[in-house]
Design a binder for this molecule. Structure first.
Ligand code: SF4
Ligand code: SF4
Length: 123
């Protein structure tokens, strides 16, 4: 009887073990999204925003732009509010950490495939 080599043993072991990968994006079944995943951030509490521009200043990717509040927006103290260019954002979470009013919040949203840069602007 021939003895199995190291490689054959490994092959047999993986043939018997549970599938380690998921057929994402065709299915999300079995996808384990870790808690605390730094996904897209959201402008969660716009009414608390003062327009201080700290988020814009700390962003290492220059992804945040402060724009003038429009008449139908929640008006901030300075008259400006942040928008994000997610095509530049590296999801570091620095803006969320630095906001003194906890206006921004990281979501677990990681599906960010868009057809144009305009679609990647979060207003
Ligand atoms: S989101 Fe926070 S850091 Fe950014 S302008 Fe508003 S209050 Fe300032
Ligand atoms: S998560 Fe990081 S890169 Fe993205 S907008 Fe905030 S500070 Fe900028």
């Amino acid at each position: 009887m021939t003895r199995l080599g190291k490689m054959e043993r490994e092959l047999l072991k993986s043939a018997r073990s549970k599938q380690a990968t998921v057929l994402y994006p065709f299915t999300k079944e079995g996808l384990n999204i870790p808690e605390g995943l730094r996904g897209k951030w959201v402008y969660k509490h716009p009414d608390a925003c003062t327009g201080c521009k700290i988020c814009e200043r700390v962003c290492p990717a220059e992804a945040i732009e402060m724009i003038a509040c429009r008449p139908d927006d929640v008006q901030t103290k300075t008259g400006f509010r942040p928008i994000c260019h997610f095509d530049r954002c590296i999801l570091c979470g620095q803006c969320v950490e630095s906001c003194p009013r906890n206006v921004l919040e990281l979501s677990g949203e990681f599906e960010m495939a868009y057809l144009s840069r305009e679609d990647m602007i979060m207003e």
